[in-house]
Design a protein around this ligand. Sequence first.
Ligand code: ZN
Length: 247
Amino acid sequence: MRFLILSDIHANITALDAALAAVQDRWERVLCLGDIVDYGPDPNEVTSRVKALAPIIIRGNHDKAVAGLSSLDDFNPVAKISARWTREQLRPENLDYIAQLPAGPLSADSLTLVHGAYHDEDEYVFVPGQAMGGLVDSPSTVTFFGHTHYQGGFSYRAGQIGVIQLKPEPGSNFAALRLAPDTRYLLNPGSIGQPRDGDPRAALAIADLDHDVIEFWRVPYDIGAVQQRMRAAGLPASLIDRIGLGR
Ligand code: ZN
């Protein structure tokens, strides 16, 4: 089975459509790690598109906040503005869809999905110490997480944690990770709609479990068109700038 793994789409339909076009016919089932809305200008378009993909999906902290299931107190002022704007924009059927998304961890086939950390959906996993819990306690050999908007992840073998940073070669769309025997993985496909790892291209992954290969993809898209819609919507300037920088 080949899974397409999407995370942190953040209401960016241009990035999502470019990503889907790039990997057309290369997957059989979609997994989504949450944060489908907030920050970007296209919450309804993205929610409709995600629904149509019929993914195995969990919620992210922004989905939760926009749906009114958690308070905005923990959000910085910019995130508060965008969460309120997103909530106002969402059509009732889309808000309902977002509100019913389950919390991770969710196990599907031989994979487990979490938004943040394995033990806390809202916690960030940036460094090996934060990855340890998920690497050891997840029921699956391969667990996917999002939330940080950094593509890559961690491996664990015989008590040793390794950091995985794969970058597609210039001119190539993806870098492949071959899964090693007796090794556990906590992997982040990166963010479709707001990458923060220095590469502004949309990030995603494909897990080909029959061949023990995970492909980490980067796909260019028309960032200027998205920034224009964000400006027209009156979204905060820092959010408009960061998608151009990938930070
Ligand atoms: Zn996010």
